[in-house]
Design a protein around this ligand. Structure first.
Ligand code: NAP
Length: 385
């Protein structure tokens, strides 16, 4: 059996994919860039130790390749490039920038999402890799309304942010790569933490808003006689009935691992979306509960977001980035996913689960730290097999 090359293995979804694929006996290679603190070997070893600690059993290690998708040849050294060319038969392209803001096409998210995808495709073509699993997003639908099908991509829709647009362009690049014999496109909705443990490694979207909300509430008046902070000066410019599609990371990864390891399921596009979306009102209720505040009001979709004090205006500025996040989602048709995985429905993301996810994030201070791995004692050769 030859190796499958995974990009983005150090991210939220990538860490789950690494665990789930290695647990299934997949021979995995991972392309990882250094962080400010650690080299790729140390990063992957630390991530694997987290899983071993959680699962209380040992796991095989992936082959670690030091690289960066924004560089040609994926930034691989000569020997690593030769190894990858000789030993990899498929790619799971999961790495991406999740930045919602951009200063232009030379910067993120374009650089990693479009340029990076081009580089990964070029590497595949040169290495003769014809099997490709592409992690896209359900939000390639942009600002579409109504029902969105798995076989649709660019229908001239508008986008809420450069991230969505860059992911459409990336998907188009992949789809137009004629040398690929098998292309599977996986489109998750908004990924939140683990449906059981609440574990998450990153704090985008739902968490970023929750974190801003927590900071805002802390900066506001003290608790009143109810024991809570009054939040009715703070208006959010939505109606409240807008729907958002949240999916727990453990389910997304399990679904992807099943699809990737079942050849008969390749060659399709899958919306990895929930059975039932949550409403913005529910998210608001959960935020009020965990932040111990009350009275956050909706001013309507055309209303003005606002509160008076200067400090809170600063927070509203930050919230603007997530304005698009509050808009009503389209209805994601997931016929292919339901047919492929009839026994693996998405767990219901309801008030109880959202509250649990929010509480875990607050307890952790919206922060994740891997266990320390001593670089000096750690021998890369041990994992490089
Ligand atoms: N999170 C969501 O709600 C969501 C929803 C739908 C689809 N998706 C898609 O799911 C995939 C994974 O997302 P995620 O939530 O796991 O994101 P994440 O936690 O931010 O992880 C992104 C991963 O990509 C890597 N990466 C980014 N730019 C890179 C580069 N230039 N070279 C090498 N690696 C690079 C990061 O490496 P570092 O650790 O070095 O930064 C990290 O491992 C993405 O394709 C994303 O578009 C995510």
């Amino acid at each position: 059996m030859r190796h499958v090359l995974l990009t983005g293995a150090t991210g939220l979804l990538g860490r789950y994919l690494m665990k789930d694929l290695l647990s299934r006996g997949v021979k995995l290679a991972v392309l990882v860039r250094p962080s400010r603190r650690n080299n790729p070997y140390v990063r992957v070893e630390a991530a694997m130790r987290v899983w071993e600690d959680q699962l209380q059993r040992s796991l095989p290690r992936p082959k670690v390749l030091c690289g960066d998708i924004i560089s040609s040849d994926l930034g691989l050294s000569g020997p690593e490039l030769s190894w990858a060319t000789e030993n990899c038969e498929a790619v799971i392209h999961n790495a991406a920038s999740l930045s919602f803001v951009s200063t232009g096409r030379h910067s993120e998210p374009w650089r990693s999402n479009v340029g990076g995808t081009e580089n990964v495709l070029e590497f595949c073509q040169q290495a003769g890799i014809e099997k490709f699993h592409h992690v896209s997003t359900a939000y390639v639908a942009g600002k579409r309304i109504g029902r969105v099908y798995e076989n649709e991509l660019n229908v001239g829709q508008e986008f809420a942010n450069p991230y969505e647009e860059s992911k459409v362009e990336a998907e188009e690049k992949v789809r137009s790569s004629r040398f690929l014999k098998s292309l599977t496109v996986l489109r998750p909705a908004i990924i939140v933490g683990d449906s059981n443990s609440g574990l998450t490694f990153t704090y985008h979207n739902f968490y970023a808003m929750l974190q801003l909300g927590c900071t805002l509430v802390q900066s506001m008046a003290q608790k009143d006689f109810t024991g809570k902070t009054r939040g009715d000066d703070f208006k959010i410019n939505v109606d409240g009935h807008e729907r958002k599609n949240l999916v727990p990371v453990d389910w997304v990864s399990e679904a992807m691992a099943r699809i990737i390891t079942t050849p008969s399921l390749h060659g399709q596009t899958y919306h990895l979306t929930p059975r039932v979306p949550v409403t913005v009102r529910l998210i608001r209720d959960v935020m009020e509960e965990v932040m111990e505040t009350y009275g956050l009001t909706f001013s309507g979709a055309d209303g003005v977001m606002g509160i008076d004090q200067e400090i809170e205006q600063i927070f509203l500025k930050h919230m603007e980035v997530y304005h698009s996040y509050w808009k009503d989602d389209p209805e994601f048709d997931s016929t292919n996913t339901i047919k492929a995985l009839p026994d693996l429905p998405c767990p219901l993301v309801d008030r109880k689960m959202l509250t649990h996810l929010a509480r875990v994030a607050i307890q952790r201070g919206f922060n994740w730290r891997d266990p320390k791995v001593e670089a000096s004692q750690f021998q890369p050769e041990l994992v490089a097999n």
